[in-house]
Write a protein that binds this ligand. Sequence first.
Ligand SMILES: Cc1cc2nc3c(=O)[nH]c(=O)nc-3n(C[C@H](O)[C@H](O)[C@H](O)COP(=O)(O)OP(=O)(O)OC[C@H]3O[C@@H](n4cnc5c(N)ncnc54)[C@H](O)[C@@H]3O)c2cc1C
Length: 189
Amino acid sequence: MSCALVLGSAKSKPFAKDKKIGIIMHQKASALDGALFNNVLGIAPGTTGKEILKQGKLQLAETYPHVIQIENEKVQKIERTDTGFQIITNKTHYSSKIIVVAVGPSNLFNIEGLIQYLQPHANLPAAKQRIQLKNINHKVDDNLYVAGVLAGWRSQFATAAGSGAHVATDILTLWNDGQTAMVHDSEPK
Ligand SMILES: Cc1cc2nc3c(=O)[nH]c(=O)nc-3n(C[C@H](O)[C@H](O)[C@H](O)COP(=O)(O)OP(=O)(O)OC[C@H]3O[C@@H](n4cnc5c(N)ncnc54)[C@H](O)[C@@H]3O)c2cc1C
């Protein structure tokens, strides 16, 4: 969601004009479910993960309605095509030039087409048997990115969200022909 928010926020940039952005909002097994946050900068102490899931969706929908939120679908398979990727869910399929995978580090990971990138999580206790996708600086392969704890980061909310934001700026930079791109809104003067 953090990645989608930053991508969505670039909508006034010329290089983002014709880009379509979608996010598959599957939340049956988010680490946010059951979490209580007292230690995240900018988030009021006592905020629950459930509230963040709800508010995050709302923030994305109200602030960047051009970002398409796909509800109640689970990704089952990813295939490379001549033009990018085919994403197959339990209900339908989508095409995309770029993919960001951010499904958390569960060892039940079973998205076909990505299994070859799995490795034991480098920064969580081995006893937990968590996994990550092999990547260099979030890049798994051409146009294929990983974000959040699945990228190999330790499980803290700010780290996972920051990872998603970082990947968004990688994608904005790609869209901007390799020239570093970020989105900063400012208070009116
Ligand atoms: C009980 C608990 C308490 C915590 N307390 C704190 C705390 O106090 N402070 C702190 O900083 N951090 C805390 N955390 C950690 C924090 O919640 C995580 O670090 C963060 O949520 C990880 O983000 P993520 O995006 O990597 O994974 P997640 O938040 O788990 O998101 C992964 C998403 O991928 C979806 N998904 C999975 N498989 C598929 C699929 N096949 N297709 C489509 N979607 C899929 C899931 O439904 C989920 O929505 C806590 C975690 C837990 C479990």
